[in-house]
Design a protein around this ligand. Structure first.
Ligand SMILES: NC(=O)c1ccc[n+]([C@@H]2O[C@H](COP(=O)([O-])OP(=O)(O)OC[C@H]3O[C@@H](n4cnc5c(N)ncnc54)[C@H](O)[C@@H]3O)[C@@H](O)[C@H]2O)c1
Length: 398
């Protein structure tokens, strides 16, 4: 009998999704935990069989903070799950294939990482990409509202500048929106910035920290080279070289891969680095500050109170969230904690280059981009009362 149970336990790992679908699993899900499995967090990866998803799944399986890892995709999830499940690390892995298994994949998750979608291919515009990925993100987020509305969501699917607002609208519609828990992953911009700046300074990249704010598309990516740690200075040429290389990092990889794909390995690394920070925040570790694309201001409920008092802090009464810029979403430095992005930091002192008219133009473009996309999808969009141009001018040109 015991031998049968042991075999059934192994089988439950190999074919978890089918068993769950048929409701005839020999062992209940709770019993699938390996003996002596470490306590930890439950993490789901949606799009786990993709170019990013697979190395991401492998690296999350190696993360000691993860006790359960759910791998969901519309293709090849069982294969990736079988492969990853042979790794002798603590996390229990289960696979889920296709939309009928989405809710099962998400039930009880603490953290959901979403690299599902199509990457940009040659000849594809940002809008083509947007149209496909918007629908995918919407479907997946609807699953989150049903099965794990309190989970932290790390959204990787591009264009992040627009998929994050879409996710927010889905959550709002379901009444589950908490802006603290919706985080667009811009860590790859930070990882690249740290690497490229370290190269210029002749330092180990692990010693370098570069905040990258703005958005996550081309010119909206704004590395704050004036705030690099350790403190340093750059010539105008270095600033321009570094800013452009960080902004064009994705293109650099696409060109080098010559039609064989885009950034997947460095993205998986960046996603895991960010997810690990989120998990350590959930655990209650102090002082975790990273960049993410988050709600920059917004009325969740109640009347807006744009006073100095609420600037730079989170309103724990769940009224006004934060007010960093006039833009609805903005990549900012955030402090990660048990509730997600518990504090959003102001941009800090910007130098002349970072405050200049060029950056102002970039932010205006980003805003237009939001508006176009939001209109296209017909999502609920409320224009802020004040003219956004004026507000941006105040933020960046004053
Ligand atoms: N945030 C960033 O910094 C960053 C960096 C690189 C790539 N990306 C984006 O990440 C996404 C994935 O890139 P990739 O290279 O892994 O692409 P990929 O095509 O290799 O993988 C995408 C995976 O998503 C799956 N998928 C498609 N529709 C799905 C659905 N409805 N539900 C679940 N899974 C679904 C596919 O089956 C595939 O396995 C793209 O949108 C890409 O642009 C983001």
């Amino acid at each position: 009998m015991e031998a049968n149970q042991r075999i059934a336990r192994i089988a439950a790992h190999l074919h978890p999704s089918n068993d769950q679908m048929e409701g005839g699993s020999v062992l209940e899900r709770a019993n699938c935990r390996a003996k002596g499995g470490a306590p930890g967090f439950k993490v789901a990866i949606l799009g786990a069989a993709g170019g990013i998803g697979q190395p991401l799944a492998m690296l999350m399986k190696m993360n000691p903070l993860v006790s359960v890892l759910h791998l969901y995709d519309v293709v090849n999830a069982p294969g990736v799950t079988a492969d990853i499940s042979h790794m002798d690390t603590g996390a229990v892995v289960r696979g889920f294939l296709g939309q009928p298994q989405l809710d099962a994949a998400l039930t009880g998750m603490d953290l959901v990482i979403i690299p599902a979608g199509v990457p940009r291919k040659p000849g594809m515009t940002r809008d083509d990409l947007f149209k496909i990925n918007a629908g995918i993100v919407r479907t997946l987020c609807e699953g989150i509202t049903r099965s794990c509305p309190n989970a932290i969501v790390n959204l990787i699917s591009n264009p992040v500048n627009s998929t994050v607002p879409i996710a927010a609208e889905v959550f709002k519609k379901a009444g589950t929106y908490d802006p603290k828990r919706l985080l667009g992953v811009t860590m790859l911009d930070v990882v690249r910035a740290n690497t490229f700046v370290a190269e210029v300074l002749g330092l180990d990249p692990r010693e370098v920290s570069v905040p990258v704010v703005g958005g996550h598309a081309g010119v909206t990516i704004l590395p704050l080279l004036s705030q690099v740690k350790p403190p340093c200075s750059f010539t105008k040429e270095e600033t321009e070289y570094l800013t452009k290389r960080i902004q064009d990092g994705g293109t650099e990889v696409v060109q080098a891969k010559a039609g064989a794909g885009s950034a997947t390995l460095s993205m998986a690394y960046a996603a895991v680095k960010f997810a690990d920070c989120c998990l350590r925040g959930l655990r209650g570790d102090a002082g975790i500050v990273e960049c993410a694309y988050v709600a920059s201001q917004g009325q969740i409920q109640g009347k807006p109170q744009k006073t100095e008092k609420v600037r730079n802090t989170l309103d724990h009464s769940f009224g006004w969230y934060a007010h960093v810029t006039e833009l609805p979403f903005f990549a900012s430095q955030v402090r990660l904690g048990r509730g997600g992005a518990e504090e959003i930091y102001q941009l800090g002192p910007l130098n002349e280059y970072e405050r200049g008219p060029k950056q102002y133009k970039i932010l205006v473009e980003q805003r237009i981009y939001h508006l176009i996309n939001m209109t296209q999808t017909g999502l609920d969009w409320r224009k802020p009362k004040k003219s956004w141009q004026q507000a941006l001018k105040r933020e960046f040109l004053s």
